[in-house]
Design a binder for this molecule. Structure first.
Ligand code: GLN
Length: 453
C-alpha cells in the first residue's frame, strides 16, 4: 500500500532520493515467511520507515544531500538504522535533505528539493523535509530525521506531523553524518505521538560506538504513557507548564501560530495543568550563538571531505592541493561553503575569543536559565517557528536563520523537545506546538504531547 502511495504522489512531492521498490517488497516477503514459520517478530515488524540521507546505510548510497558524496556507499548501518532493522521494520528508502543538514527548507539538496504535500508551492521545512513529507503523505508510516537546531521539529510543524528531538545522548550518533557534533540528535517523525514513541524506543539506548550516547536501555515510554493517560480524566493535574512569553509576543509571529499556541494552553488547562507565562530574555541570543557554534563545528567536521577518503574526487587535478580545492569547489554547495567560511572565521586566532568563546558563554547562560526554569515548571510551551510553511524560493539564508530562534534553545541546552500538530481552522496550513522538557525527561515530553493529541 505504501509503495502504491509513493507511485501516486512522489512525482509531485519528491521526498525520496533512493527508493528500491523491489528491495522493499523482498524485505516484506521475507518477514512474511518468517512469520509463517511461527517466528516471533520484533516490535516494528513490517512497518515501512523512511530514513534521512545523512544516516548511513550499508550497500545503499548515502549522500547527505551533497554532490561531494555522490559516489559514497557506506560499508555499515548507522546504529539507529541497525536497531530499526533488528525490530523488523522495513526500510523504505532514503529521504531528501538540505545538504549536510544546513537549511530550513530542503532547498539546498544537490539532487533537487521536496515540496510540502499539504501545498506543493510551499516548503516542507528542513532540513529533514523529505522525512516529514514522506510521513505526511503516507509514503512511509514513520521516518527518521536529524535535529541539530530544529530540523525535525520545524518540518514536522510545516507538514502537520509529530517530530521529536530526544535529549542529547539519548540516541546514538554512530553513523549520523556529522554537522555539529555537540548539537546533533537523531529523531523520529510520524503521524501520531504513539508512532514516534515506539520508534524512539526502538532506536534509543546505550551504544559503545558513540561515547556521547548515555548508558542504559531506553524505557518502554509508550506503555507507561498509555497507562497514565487511560487512568484519568485530568492526566496533567498538578503539572506546571511555562508559556514562553517573548516568543508569543514576537511581532513577526503569524496570527495562526499565536492562536494555535493559545488553544494548546487552553487544552492543557482543561486537562488539569497550570499554565503560567514565563519570561526568558536570555533566549533572544540563542540564534546568534547557535549559528556561530554550529558553523564552527561544521567547518571542522567537513574538513574530512577533501577528495581523499570519501566520495567524488576531481580526476584532472595536477597536484594534491589543487585536488582538495577543486573537489570542495565543485562538491560543496553555496550554503555549505558559507557555513564553512563563517565557522573558520569564528575559530581563527584573533576572532576566537570574540565569537566562538563568546557564543559558548551564551550557550552556558541559556542552559543555566532553562535548568532554573525547569525547577518551577514541568514543560515549556512555545511555537516551533514564527510562521507556517513559507513558499519555495521565498526566503533568503539570513531570514531562514532567524526563523530558527524558537527551536535552537532546546538544542543548545540538549533538552528533549517535540512538535505536535496543533488545532488549526479548516483549510489552514498546519502549525506545530512545541513542548520542551527537562533534560532526559523524554517520556514526560511524549506524555504532554499525547495528552494534547
Ligand atoms: N536550520 C538550522 C540550520 O540550518 C537547523 C538545521 C538542523 O537542525 N540540521 O542549521
Amino acid at each position: 500500500a505504501y509503495l502504491e502511495q509513493v507511485a501516486a504522489v512522489e512525482a509531485s512531492v519528491g521526498a525520496y532520493l533512493v527508493l528500491d521498490a523491489e528491495a522493499v517488497l523482498e524485505r516484506a516477503r521475507s518477514l512474511d515467511a518468517r512469520r509463517a514459520r511461527g517466528e516471533k517478530l520484533g516490535a516494528l515488524a513490517g512497518v515501512p520507515i523512511a530514513v534521512k540521507d545523512n544516516l548511513v546505510t550499508a550497500h545503499l548510497a548515502t549522500t547527505a544531500g551533497s554532490r561531494l558524496l555522490s559516489q559514497y556507499t557506506p560499508p555499515y548501518h548507522a546504529t539507529c538504522v541497525e536497531r530499526l532493522l533488528r525490530a523488523d521494520a522495513v526500510l523504505m528508502g532514503k529521504t531528501v535533505m538540505d545538504e549536510f543538514g544546513m537549511g530550513s527548507s530542503t532547498e539546498t539538496c544537490a539532487y533537487g528539493m521536496t515540496r510540502n504535500p499539504v501545498d506543493t508551492t510551499r516548503t516542507p521545512g528542513g532540513s529533514s523535509g523529505g522525512s516529514a513529507a514522506a510521513a505526511a503523505a503516507h509514503m512511509a508510516l514513520a521516518a527518521l530525521g536529524s535535529d541539530t537546531g530544529g530540523s525535525v521539529r520545524q518540518p514536522a510543524s510545516f507538514c502537520g506531523v509529530v517530530g521529536m528531538k530526544p535529549s542529547y545522548g539519548r540516541v546514538s550518533r554512530n553513523g549520523l553524518i556529522a554537522y555539529a557534533s555537540s548539537l546533533d540528535t537523531v529523531g523520529p517523525m510520524g503521524r501520531t505521538v504513539g508512532d514516534v514513541a515506539l520508534c524512539l524506543e526502538a532506536i534509543a539506548g546505550a551504544d559503545d560506538a558513540d561515547s556521547t550516547c548515555l548508558p542504559g536501555a531506553a524505557p518502554p515510554f509508550w506503555g507507561r504513557i498509555t497507562e497514565a493517560l487511560a487512568e484519568d480524566q485530568a492526566p496533567l493535574r498538578g503539572k506546571r507548564i511555562g508559556l514562553w512569553t517573548e516568543a508569543l509576543d514576537d511581532i513577526q509571529v503569524d496570527d495562526s501560530v499565536r492562536a494555535t499556541i493559545l488553544q494548546a494552553r487552553d487544552t492543557f488547562t482543561a486537562l488539569g495543568a497550570e499554565v503560567r507565562p514565563v519570561s526568558l530574555p536570555h533566549l533572544a541570543a540563542a540564534c546568534s550563538a547557535y549559528y556561530i557554534l554550529a558553523s564552527s563545528e561544521a567547518s571542522s567536521n567537513l574538513a574530512r571531505y577533501d577528495g581523499v577518503r570519501y566520495g567524488a574526487r576531481d580526476p584532472e587535478a595536477a597536484n594534491t592541493v589543487s585536488m582538495y580545492t577543486s573537489t570542495r569547489t565543485h562538491g560543496l554547495g553555496e550554503e555549505v561553503k558559507r557555513r564553512v567560511m563563517l565557522g573558520t572565521y569564528a575559530l581563527s586566532a584573533g576572532y576566537y575569543e570574540a565569537y566562538y568563546r563568546q557564543a559558548m558563554r551564551v550557550r552556558n547562560v541559556i542552559t543555566l536559565a532553562l535548568r532554573g526554569l525547569f525547577e518551577d515548571v514541568d514543560w515549556l510551551l512555545a511555537p516551533v517557528a514564527p510562521t507556517p510553511a513559507f513558499r519555495l524560493g521565498e526566503k533568503r539564508a539570513v531570514d531562514m536563520y532567524s526563523g530558527d530562534r524558537m527551536t535552537v534553545p532546546a538544542s543548545l541546552a540538549g533538552l528533549p523537545a517535540i512538535s505536535v500538530p496543533g488545532k488549526v481552522g479548516e483549510g489552514q496550513l498546519p502549525v506545530g506546538v512545541q513542548l520542551i522538557g527537562r533534560y532526559l525527561d523524554d517520556e514526560g515530553v511524549l506524555l504532554a504531547a499525547a495528552a494534547l493529541e
